[in-house]
Write a protein that binds this ligand. Structure first.
Ligand code: SF4
Length: 301
């Protein structure tokens, strides 16, 4: 057991909570629960913190604060969403000024729902966070890769639940573009993803032991490789991760003569990314009343 596990320091931020969950966090510090007896210290300085406890949902006003606290914390670090508001937006999810749960801004490792979340659940969340923190510390110690650098690896069957979570968080912004949550990527079940895993190559992007991105593809046996479900967690976008994943999955199919990829007609970020990677639009097909799939292709070199 490392020092991190013996005495984790936590930082608590109230995003836009009703204060119900915050009172429960304070209860953990009072003599009734007294988490300090386990060495857990509540710090106000992100640079000293190992675990980020967030209550409430995010909105335009506080998302930059959430992101700044996260970025100021040293690696390895773990994020725990406390209460249903932090997990998904909760009862405020549909409010005009609420953009969703904490995972719309930063990657979340542990979800502890509840309204309000109970002190026992908060302690349980911190204990789960400790396991993740220790695994992440060990992975960083064993890896020659610098903290924060992404590695691309073949995914395994054990990764599928995490890959599905990354996919659903990633495609939430696509669903928002069309006002339609019936996108196949949003509705996919673990059983369906497991079936895909049996016939496709899955790649994962890993930062400090956590999956932050993925892509998959298959050879149709007629000279084409179909690439799909590019997923990057919102916090990790704009860093060239999508470009690297596309280049890596293409290399998995060295014998095909062409690659094919598709996205929605209003997904301009994706369309521009694929165009920069050499893909050209060759057909479009309606998916439903809101969405038209735009198919793009690229000859293999
Ligand atoms: S989960 Fe319930 S108690 Fe916690 S911030 Fe949301 S509404 Fe308040």
């Amino acid at each position: 057991m490392s020092g991190l596990q013996k005495s984790p320091w936590v930082i608590h931020y109230d995003a836009s909570s009703c204060n119900g969950c915050d009172i429960e966090v304070l209860a953990c510090l009072t003599p009734g629960f007294d988490v300090e007896r386990f060495g857990i210290i509540n710090t106000g300085n992100p640079k000293h913190a190992d675990i980020f406890l967030v209550t409430g949902s995010v909105n335009e006003q506080n998302q930059s604060v959430v992101r700044t606290i996260y970025e100021q914390m040293p690696e390895p670090k773990v994020v725990v969403a406390l209460g249903i508001c932090a997990c998904s937006g909760g009862i405020f999810r549909e409010c005009y000024n609420v953009s969703g749960g904490i995972d719309t801004v930063i990657p979340v490792d542990v979800y502890m729902p509840g309204c309000a979340v109970r002190p026992e659940a908060i302690i349980d969340g911190v204990v789960q966070a400790l396991g993740i923190l220790e695994a992440r510390r060990a992975s960083m110690a064993a890896s020659s890769t610098a903290a924060g650098v992404m590695m691309i690896q073949r995914a395994t069957a054990a990764d599928l639940p995490e890959l599905l979570a990354v996919q659903k968080v990633s495609y939430a912004s696509e669903a928002e573009i069309y006002g339609d949550t019936s996108l196949p990527a949003m509705r996919q079940s673990l059983a369906e993803m497991t079936a895909d895993f049996g016939r496709m190559v899955f790649l994962k992007g890993v930062v400090n032991g956590k999956i932050v991105a993925s892509i998959r593809g298959y050879d149709d046996g007629r000279g084409s490789a179909h690439i799909l479900r590019l997923s990057v967690l919102p916090y990790f976008r704009g860093r060239g991760i999508g470009r690297r994943l596309i280049a890596s999955i293409e290399k998995e199919f060295p014998k095909v003569s062409r690659y094919e990829i598709f996205t929605g007609h209003r997904s301009t970020v994706n369309i521009n990314l694929y165009a920069k990677q050499g893909y050209k639009r060759f057909k479009a097909e309606p998916f439903n009343e809101q969405i038209e799939w735009v198919y793009m292709e690229k000859k293999s070199s």
